[in-house]
Design a protein around this ligand. Structure first.
Ligand SMILES: Cc1ncc(COP(=O)(O)O)c(C=O)c1O
Length: 387
């Protein structure tokens, strides 16, 4: 029996066949080094990188594709955005539903550069009151870093309002779009976002080892990586020209060729319809889980907007036990534990046992949702009756 996959928030699976084909072609037909040689194969490799940047720009409403640099994953992009920006004495604001990929680089900056940090609290369902964020801004605030959607709660932060607040106070905004790129509309120019970190391997349906960072043209970051770029080779310093400034070393051409196909797939389906489809699946899943004795769902209530994540707890059960049984007895893949976001668990009150996180994707079906509901029903009965 094939795995019933509910771990799309970690990495989406399966991938559209075009993604696999695109990667295969890159390896078989033009496995040369992009941006270095001027022979036909190297040019073809460079071209695919540019095509992917162009398609990403179309999807994310970016005017100049060169303002997007590729990265290994969201984490690498967030590190570049945060550590490349903050300076000694700066004040940074984020929320209490951030992933460790935001929290750890910020905490590093706190220790290494005497940066001060404020974590603004959301409510227990991950909903942010914009006035609380406003109240945290001081004359030293230089940066707000926040996710677009919590990877535990599925709640959505009001990015346009946050961006407007940033504009008024001269603060830069870095958005962690790990859970929304490809599944929730992102219009960088309209929304007023200054930096955006995104994965290629989740909602954009590309392979692991891909992601990127958008940086507005007015902002120059200190590069984290120094090295060869195939440009301005006579210069001792890292080039200022983009995307080379943030792309030292050989890029992941096969991965980016796959990502390009993933982005084209998303463009064709449209982000809006993908979101609608995923939202419908989450509502079906929530409605089913809510009927089960002993099951508590985290995040926004039924009927409210959310991304494709439905996390829940089962009374008297450790989340890892539930995930283990789902895997071993039902071939259903979910994630358990803390999902790299202890802050969000603290906020939801699930720090003791963690939570089971199920996350739908483009290829999830209604019948798979029903199988998950049925399996949780059987498991919950066992635990609820245990005590
Ligand atoms: C909100 C959020 N931020 C950052 C990350 C890190 O993403 P990546 O695995 O692409 O580095 C994740 C991963 O799940 C996430 O959910």
């Amino acid at each position: 029996m094939q795995t019933i996959y509910f771990d799309n928030a970690a990495s989406s699976w399966p991938k559209p066949p075009q993604v696999i084909e695109g990667m295969k072609e890159a390896v078989e037909l033009y496995g040369a080094n992009p941006g270095r040689g001027s022979h036909a194969m190297a040019v073809k490799a460079s071209r695919i990188l540019f095509e992917c940047r162009k398609n990403l720009s179309k999807l994310l409403q970016v005017n100049n594709p060169n303002d997007i640099s590729f990265a290994l994953n969201t984490t690498a992009a967030l590190n570049q955005g945060i550590k490349g920006f903050v300076k000694e004495g700066d004040h940074v604001i984020c929320t209490n539903v951030e992933h460790n990929s935001v929290r750890r680089p910020i905490e590093y900056a706190r220790k290494a550069r005497s940066v001060s940090v404020t974590y603004v609290k959301t409510d227990t369902r991950g909903i942010l009151n914009i006035d609380d964020l406003k109240a945290a801004i001081t004359s030293k605030t230089k940066l707000i870093v926040c996710n677009h959607s919590s990877n535990l709660l599925g709640s959505i932060l009001p990015i346009p309002e946050i961006a407007e607040l940033c504009r008024k106070h001269g603060v830069k905004l870095l958005v962690d779009a790990a859970q929304t790129a490809g599944t929730l509309p992102i219009r960088i120019a309209d929304m007023g976002i200054h930096m955006l970190a995104f994965p290629g391997h989740k909602g954009l349906l590309g392979p692991q080892g891909t992601g990127g960072l958008y940086v507005e043209p007015e902002l120059e970051l200190e590069p984290l990586m120094h090295g060869g770029t195939g440009s301005q080779s006579e210069e001792i310093d890292q080039p200022t020209v983009r995307p080379d400034r943030y792309e030292a070393g050989t890029q992941n051409t096969p991965g980016i060729a796959g990502l390009n196909e993933g982005v084209k797939f998303v463009l064709k389906e449209t982000v809006e319809s993908i979101h609608q489809k995923e939202w419908g699946l989450t509502q079906r899943l929530m409605a089913g889980l809510m009927e089960i004795e002993g099951v508590t769902i985290l995040g926004p209530e039924l009927g409210q907007n959310r991304t494709g994540i439905v996390s829940f707890t089962v009374q008297n059960a450790d989340s890892s036990e539930v995930a283990f049984i789902l895997d071993q007895s039902y071939q259903i893949a979910v994630r358990s534990g803390y999902h790299c976001t202890p802050l969000a668990h603290e906020c939801a009150g699930t720090l003791a046992n963690g939570a089971v996180r199920s996350s739908v994707g483009f290829f999830t079906t209604d019948s798979e949702v029903d199988m998950l509901i049925g399996a949780v029903k059987e498991i919950a009965k066992h635990f609820v009756n245990k005590v």
